[in-house]
Design a binder for this molecule. Structure first.
Ligand code: KPL
Length: 308
């Protein structure tokens, strides 16, 4: 399979390095330092068990230089989705599939606008990774990736090109050591992840602490729980059947599983880069307002992180 990975950040590097042994992988990115470092010495990965290894991967700055792809994985920050989607549209095979694996709730519409609904899909990943520098990534914890189509459509068998591609991609990811499965209700997974991100990411960014530190004090836990409940209530008001019964217990379990990780939003703040707060808390707050759900904490952290 020919795989194009858009984005040379932590998850872009992780997916590219892992998939390189299983597929023809090309990375495409606008961050010159990242692309140049990948070209010069490959991607350096530190696995969750501390093992370090290097993967050689082709990387390009210019979409015209990238070959046609069967699958494009969108792993840029959400404010860069439109450009990445336009680049993917230029390189994707006619029966190819572009999959957003990003945080946030507003990436698929931008992707579909560029590649067309039949060629757009969603992935939700719980893998936690830290960018150590250009082309260097620490895989902090290995957790599953869920893939699916939105709106959900019944599988029409092997003739359904998008379903077949998703199945093949899940197989490839599993073979590459990244656990993945196709989900029949990926909207539930998307909102499940949004509940996690709407609770963990703003607080870690505001307090500059690793995920596990959110559980260290009762006052932190109370705010974490409040944010999780607001996002979960919004998802339920939308009719989404979340993949967990208790949002607080679930978000706390993710804090434990990713305790050592500095969230992607904290990493953005520390690098002085735009955060994904509008695509996470901003969309939750807007949906809450639309559906008449009270979400004052979400509104507050959205504005506080914007002001950073
Ligand atoms: O998705 C994440 C992120 O940092 O964006 C979590 C799951 C919170 C891991 O840090």
């Amino acid at each position: 399979m020919r795989v194009l990975i858009l984005g040379t950040g932590a998850l872009g590097c992780l997916y590219a390095a892992r998939l390189a042994a299983q597929a023809d992988v090309v990375m495409l990115g606008a961050w010159a330092e990242g692309v140049d470092a990948i070209r010069a010495a490959g991607i350096r990965v530190i696995d969750p068990d501390g093992r370090a290894w290097v993967a050689r991967v082709r990387a390009e700055h210019d979409p015209e230089a990238a070959p046609t792809a069967d699958v494009a994985l969108i792993l840029v920050k959400s404010h860069q989705t439109r450009r990445a989607a336009a680049w993917a549209a230029r390189r994707l095979a006619r029966d190819g599939l572009a999959v957003t694996l990003q945080n946030g709730l507003d990436n698929l519409p931008a992707l579909v606008e560029a590649v067309g609904a039949p060629r757009g899909a969603v992935g939700v990943t719980y893998n936690a990774a830290t960018l150590l520098g250009p082309a260097a990534v620490r895989h902090v914890v290995s957790l599953p990736t869920y893939l699916g189509l939105l709106p959900a459509r019944p599988c029409a068998g092997p003739a359904d090109a998008a379903q077949a591609r998703l199945g093949a991609l899940a197989g490839l990811l599993n073979a590459a050591g990244l656990a993945a499965q196709v989900s029949a209700d990926v909207e539930a997974r998307l909102w499940g992840k949004a509940v996690v991100n709407a609770a963990i990411n703003p607080l870690t960014a505001l307090w500059r602490v690793a995920n596990g530190e959110l559980l260290a004090r009762p006052e932190r836990r109370r705010l974490l729980a409040g944010l999780a409940c607001e996002a979960a209530a919004t998802a339920r008001a939308r009719g989404v059947a979340l993949p967990f019964a208790d949002p607080v217990a679930y978000v706390e379990s993710v804090c434990e599983a990713t305790a050592a990780n500095r969230s992607s939003m904290l990493q953005d703040v520390e690098r002085g880069r735009p955060t994904e707060i509008d695509s996470i808390s901003g969309v939750v707050a807007a949906e809450a307002r639309r559906l008449g759900v009270a979400a004052p904490l979400t509104e507050a952290v959205w504005r506080l992180v914007q002001a950073l």
